[in-house]
Design a protein around this ligand. Structure first.
Ligand SMILES: C[S@@+](CC[C@H](N)C(=O)[O-])C[C@H]1O[C@@H](n2cnc3c(N)ncnc32)[C@H](O)[C@@H]1O
Length: 323
């Protein structure tokens, strides 16, 4: 197991970057005309502070209480100037933290990643928060592409390229599901059922290393990998998919485009086809990801993947740009 560097991945504490402004902003520190206008004149303030004088009714009334509360809140609020700087710095640091965790996930085995997340669950949530931000900047989230594909095929008769199913139910395993976004779109459909797996559990997610799934052989109709072929042992994940998918079932893969060269795409597809996954559809329209759809042939075997096949392409680690 590796430990995440405490310094590099430590929580970002807000920092004061200006010496001039020591305290939080108040109406006194803001060069705001209305603030000046609303400030009571010195003599007025003195009058209120006269020894023994009791507060006026207006001061004690509900409106005054609201204003006092608001002022207290305003005093608590940080200087807007500092906040902008701090927000920028915090965003940069959390971006750097995300990229570091991301790189670790691509350059270590899944068992190392699993132990890291189990002992440091914060790292897991920080990774996912960073990933969600990254995806927002993409032309299309690959989960949307997969959702569209599923919806289109769920509405198509099985014989006319509808979804594979058993007794009218298509069982999908989302392997490395993250927030389990795909399944949420199908929660009201009775004919599509999901198993969601990722390193740590949540309401809709079962904790599992996808190199060793808690599923029976030939028990699902579709296995989905959406950007989740991350560990150095990613061939084990594909091997598990071949084991758990029924013959004539499918394996759908969306992966970051820059992880492949042209030659790697060829090798990847050739390598999977030798283990019985026949390519049915490939989509390279998107600038960020490439999508593959495979069908499991009768007699498929994961042994080809697991016995150290020399042609196994070493997919490049995905490196996100600094923003
Ligand atoms: C880039 S994120 C994508 C998440 C989700 N599929 C999506 O597209 O929104 C990759 C996900 O795969 C998960 N993952 C990678 N390797 C895994 C493994 N061996 N076992 C379980 N989850 C894994 C990560 O934890 C992460 O949630």
């Amino acid at each position: 197991m590796f430990a995440v560097d405490e310094w590099a991945l430590g929580k970002v504490e807000p920092q004061v970057v200006s010496k001039k402004r020591k305290g939080p902003a108040t109406t006194d520190t803001l060069s705001n005309d209305s603030a000046k206008r609303d400030k009571p004149h010195k003599t007025q303030r003195k009058r209120h502070r006269t020894k023994g004088s009791s507060p006026t009714l207006a001061e004690d009334g509900p409106a005054a209480r609201v204003v006092a509360e608001e002022t207290r809140e305003r005093k608590k609020a940080p200087d807007p100037m500092l906040t902008a700087l701090q927000t920028k710095m915090a965003a940069k640091l959390s971006g750097a933290r995300f990229r570091m965790i991301n790189e670790m996930l691509y350059t270590t085995s899944s068992s190392e990643a699993a132990s890291m997340f189990q002992t440091q669950p914060d790292v897991y949530s920080d990774y996912h928060a960073g990933f969600r931000q990254q995806v927002q900047t993409w032309p299309e989230n690959p989960t949307d592409f997969i959702i569209r594909n599923l919806i289109q095929r769920v509405n198509t008769p099985k014989e006319a390229h509808g979804l594979p199913s058993k007794k009218g139910i298509c069982t999908v395993a989302d392997l490395g599901c993250g927030d389990a976004r795909i399944s949420t779109k199908f929660s009201s459909r009775k004919n599509v059922r999901f198993y969601n797996f990722d390193f740590l559990p949540s309401r809709d997610v079962v904790a599992a290393d996808i190199s060793n799934l808690p599923l029976k052989s030939s028990s699902v109709d579709i296995a989905i990998f959406c950007l989740s072929l991350m560990g150095t042992n990613y061939s084990d994940f594909l091997g598990e998919a071949i084991r758990v998918v029924r013959p004539n079932g499918e394996v759908w893969i969306a992966e970051i485009r820059s992880r492949f060269t042209e030659k790697m795409i060829e090798d990847f597809v050739g390598w999977l086809s030798r283990s019985g996954l026949q390519l049915k559809n490939m989509n390279r329209d998107n600038t960020m990801f490439v999508y593959f759809e495979f069908k499991k042939q009768d007699g498929s075997s994961r042994d080809v993947l697991l016995d150290g096949n020399p042609e196994l392409p070493k997919l490049k680690a995905c490196k996100y740009k600094k923003r």
